[in-house]
Design a protein around this ligand. Structure first.
Ligand code: PMM
Length: 297
C-alpha cells in the first residue's frame, strides 16, 4: 500500500484478534508465530535474514494459523551479542511494514524504545519486550503514547543472569505485579499488559517447568499470560540426547496444549502447524468433540 507520493504506508492498523483478555470470546489461545530476522538466530539458522524471505515466511506463518507474527531483529538467546539498534531497525521495519500492509497483526520483539516507536509507525500493534520495559527507560512512554498492547516479560537482567529463587512462581508473580504497577505510573494501561514469566531466561529447567505449571497463579493477576517455550533448551530435556533443535517442536506443541488447559492467553512458537493441531486437539477434548480450530473472527 502506498500514499500519494508513492511511499509505502501501513495499512489501516489491524486489530490484534482478541488481544484484550476477556474482550472477545477467545476460546483457543492466540498463536504468536516467531519471525526472527537475524542472521544468527539459533532456531532458523538465519535462513530468513533477508527482508523478502522474512516477509514470505511471516505470510506463511499467518496462513498456517498464527494470529500474531512476532518480528524481532536481535537474537536474545543466551550468549548472543547485542545488535546495533540501527541494524535492528534496518532488518525489521520493512518486514513489519509489509506484513501490516497485508493486515497481518504484528508484534515487535525489541527492548529498544526507538525501535518500538518506529515499528508502531510501521504498523506493529503489540510491543513484546523481554525486559518488560526495564532495559530502556523510554519504553513505557512509547507504549503509553501509542496505546498499543505490551508484553511484559519477567526479567532480572538478561538471559545469562541466573538468580536465586526460593519459590519461583510466587517471586515471578510478585515481580510482574510490581512491573505492571510501575508501568501504570508511566501511563501504560494495565488492561493492555500481557504477562510472560520469561521461560528460559535465567531459570533452571525445573524452574521453567514450575513456571509453566504456575500459569494459573500468574493469570490470577488478571492479565493474559504468554507462554514462550518454543525450541528452548530445557524442552530438549525430555528428548534423547541425540535429538536436534527441530525435534523440540513436538514437546513444544504438547506444552502449547497444556498451557491452553492452564489458562494461557497465547503461545509463542516457531512451528505453527504443530501447535495449531495441538490446540485444536485440546479444544476437541475440552468441548467433547466440537472442533474449534481457533478461526480468526
Ligand atoms: N524468548 C525469545 C525471544 N523473545 N519474547 C517473549 N515475550 N518471551 C520469550 O520467552 C522470548 C521472547 C528467545 O527465543 P527465540 O530465539 O525463540 O526468539
Amino acid at each position: 500500500m502506498t500514499d500519494d507520493s508513492g511511499r509505502s504506508v501501513a495499512a489501516e492498523r489491524p486489530a490484534a484478534p482478541g488481544v484484550v483478555p476477556g474482550s472477545a470470546p477467545v476460546t483457543v489461545p492466540q498463536i504468536m508465530g516467531v519471525l526472527n530476522v537475524t542472521p544468527d538466530s539459533f532456531s532458523d539458522g538465519g535462513e530468513w535474514s533477508e527482508a523478502r524471505a522474512a516477509i514470505e515466511r511471516g505470510g506463511l506463518l499467518f496462513e498456517q494459523g498464527a494470529t500474531i507474527i512476532d518480528v524481532g531483529g536481535e537474537s536474545t538467546r543466551p550468549g548472543a551479542t547485542r545488535v546495533d539498534p540501527d541494524e535492528e531497525r534496518r532488518r525489521i521495519l520493512p518486514v513489519i511494514r509489509e506484513l501490516s500492509d497485508r493486515r497481518i497483526p504484528v508484534s515487535v520483539d525489541t527492548v529498544n524504545a526507538r525501535t518500538a516507536a518506529e515499528a508502531i509507525s510501521a504498523g506493529a500493534v503489540i510491543v513484546n519486550d523481554i525486559s518488560g520495559g526495564l532495559a530502556d527507560p523510554a519504553m513505557a512512554e512509547v507504549v503509553a503514547d501509542a496505546g498499543v498492547h505490551f508484553v511484559a516479560m519477567h526479567w532480572r537482567g538478561g538471559a545469562d543472569v541466573q538468580t536465586e529463587y526460593r519459590d519461583v512462581v510466587a517471586e515471578v508473580r510478585a515481580e510482574l505485579k510490581q512491573r505492571v504497577a510501575e508501568l501504570a505510573v508511566a501511563g501504560v494501561e494495565p488492561d493492555r499488559v500481557i504477562l510472560d514469566p520469561g521461560i528460559g531466561f535465567g531459570h533452571t529447567p525445573e524452574q521453567n517447568w514450575q513456571l509453566l505449571r504456575g500459569i494459573p497463579e500468574l493469570a490470577s493477576l488478571g492479565h493474559g499470560v504468554l507462554a514462550a517455550v518454543s525450541r528452548k533448551r530445557f524442552v530438549g530435556g525430555v528428548l534423547p540426547e541425540t535429538a536436534s533443535v527441530l525435534d523440540r517442536d513436538l514437546p513444544t506443541a504438547v506444552t502449547s496444549a497444556l498451557a491452553a488447559e492452564t489458562g494461557a492467553w497465547a503461545v509463542r512458537v516457531h512451528d505453527v502447524p504443530a501447535t495449531r493441531t495441538a490446540l485444536t486437539t485440546w479444544a476437541a477434548w475440552r468441548d467433547g468433540g466440537v472442533i474449534d480450530r481457533g478461526e480468526r473472527g
